[in-house]
Design a protein around this ligand. Structure first.
Ligand code: HEC
Length: 186
């Protein structure tokens, strides 16, 4: 990369962006947007109404979670400001989990278990615990804490996601930290 002058790099980037825009416009015109846009899971594609909103929100939360995990295990360069943005997105979204379930909707492909509504207090409790963990994570990242400390708190968050999935999502825990993190190699 060092032999690329900043100007030619910029020009290249511009070209790539133009091509990308053209592709998106083309795809959009012909109704094949899913070819070029990040493809949501099949569940999100098929879901409608309350389930759709719920699954979309869970997925955006999962993306922030995953990106932060990639940074913590060195798959992506750690940048404090970007990490802060992910941690913030994670806590803001997490805060509203209970809202997404106020509507008792289990229309397929929803994976929500009926127990959510018969154990509502417990579900609320797990949600509040998860939110508290994401708040702590955000505070640590914002304070530029030790990477190992941030990582530890990140794993607490992950566990709080899994604790709820284990009980209330048909396919189980689902959210796993990246393998490298699970084995504590970072
Ligand atoms: C209080 C419970 C609870 C907590 C906490 C929770 N989830 Fe979920 N999550 C669910 C339930 C229930 C579903 C299934 C919803 C449905 O299909 O209608 C789900 C679904 C998902 C999905 C699947 C969406 C899809 O494509 O079908 C992802 C991804 C996800 N959660 C990520 C996370 C992450 C990441 C966290 C933690 C940062 C988290 N969740 C915390 C209850 C929870």
């Amino acid at each position: 990369m060092s032999n690329i002058r900043p100007n030619s790099f910029k020009a290249k980037l511009k070209k790539v962006l133009l091509v990308k825009t053209a592709l998106v416009l083309f795809a959009w015109t012909f109704g094949i947007a899913s070819f070029v846009q990040p493809s949501p899971t099949a569940a999100a594609e098929m879901a409608t109404g309350a389930v759709r909103a719920r699954v979309d929100n869970m997925q955006s939360m999962a993306r922030a979670h995953e990106n932060l995990g990639d940074m913590l295990r060195g798959k992506m360069e750690y940048n404090k400001n970007v990490a802060k943005a992910y941690a913030d997105a994670l806590q803001i979204t997490n805060r509203f989990i209970v809202k997404w379930f106020e509507n008792k909707d289990m229309t397929p492909p929803s994976e929500a278990k009926a127990d959510i509504w018969s154990n509502w207090d417990d579900f609320e409790k797990l949600s509040a615990l998860s939110y508290a963990q994401t708040q702590d994570l955000y505070k640590l990242v914002r304070a530029d804490g030790e990477k190992s400390e941030i990582l530890g708190q990140y794993l607490e968050v992950t566990e709080s996601c899994s604790n709820c999935h284990q009980k209330y999502r048909k396919s189980g825990p689902g959210v796993q930290p990246p393998v490298a993190l699970r084995h504590g190699t970072q």
